[in-house]
Design a binder for this molecule. Structure first.
Ligand SMILES: [Zn+2]
Length: 79
């Protein structure tokens, strides 16, 4: 069964109660996922990326597949 993946970047700031969806990216399932995720994080400066998968190409039923955290893009307001 083919699976379709999308990555959603989130802007997160615990200090300001911010938890905001930024962008959605389609993942190329034939390429290295971690590598693509790192690129998306870099583009959006995203401290959090969630990967969702769907068994259908219309993305009607999404399930959380994996979460990635990027400490280097976390906001600095807690320090
Ligand atoms: Zn912050």
């Amino acid at each position: 069964m083919t699976r379709y993946y999308i990555a959603v970047t989130y802007d997160v700031c615990g200090h300001n109660n911010l938890y905001e969806e930024m962008s959605e990216y389609a993942l190329d399932s034939s390429a290295d996922m971690d590598k693509q995720i790192k690129e998306f994080a870099k583009i959006d400066f995203a401290p959090l990326i969630k990967v969702y998968h769907s068994v259908t190409s219309d993305f009607k039923e999404l399930k959380l597949y994996k979460e990635y955290e990027f400490k280097e893009y976390e906001c600095g307001c807690n320090q």
